[in-house]
Design a protein. Sequence first.
Length: 124
Amino acid sequence: MITGGNATVYVSDMDRAVSFYVNVLGLKLGQRFGNHWAEIKAGENLVIGLHPKSVKAPPPGTSGAISIGLTIDEPIDQVVQRLGGKGVSFRGPVVRDAEAGIALAFFGDQDGNDLYLCQVTASW
């Protein structure tokens, strides 16, 4: 079901954020898709996903501006149904972004920390 993931950080300036994580902290740039998304590798097992600020997300530096994304390898609707049956409460319907090639489902843990499921729907 869950195959990996990342900690998503909303940023106000993608170039500045990439420079900080790579040039200042010395981490490795994995992939970058313009100003839409960048993956910073922190060692072998942690990916920090940089996402530009958005009207649909908390402002950078505020509560909720960092969330944990869990990549899944099966249809998101099945995972949402299964986890919902175990008491997970999702925040709205599955969000499908055909242009980005992903489907997302947002929820929280018992303390209200933000998490989301991500199914890659495009075959790049």
